[in-house]
Write a new protein. Structure first.
Length: 66
């Protein structure tokens, strides 16, 4: 049996507001979204393993919400 490979979308649509607000929806590349989230949550002084774990958590959270 071949290994399971997760589906990573090319783009993600993000709502720029609270769920009930009449805010704009923005579609951007998935990798760009993760890079933007990571740059606002991670500090360069963190250990490399902590950075990797945080990015994996961000990716998992985003994929769970797709």
């Amino acid at each position: 049996m071949p290994p399971l490979v997760p589906y990573i979308p090319e783009t993600i649509t993000v709502h720029l507001g609270t769920p009930s607000s009449n805010a704009e929806n923005v579609t951007l590349p998935f990798a760009e979204y993760i890079a933007n989230v990571a740059s606002s949550e991670i500090y360069p002084t963190w250990n490399e393993n902590a950075i990797r774990a945080n990015i994996y958590a961000q990716i998992s959270y985003a994929l769970n919400r797709v």
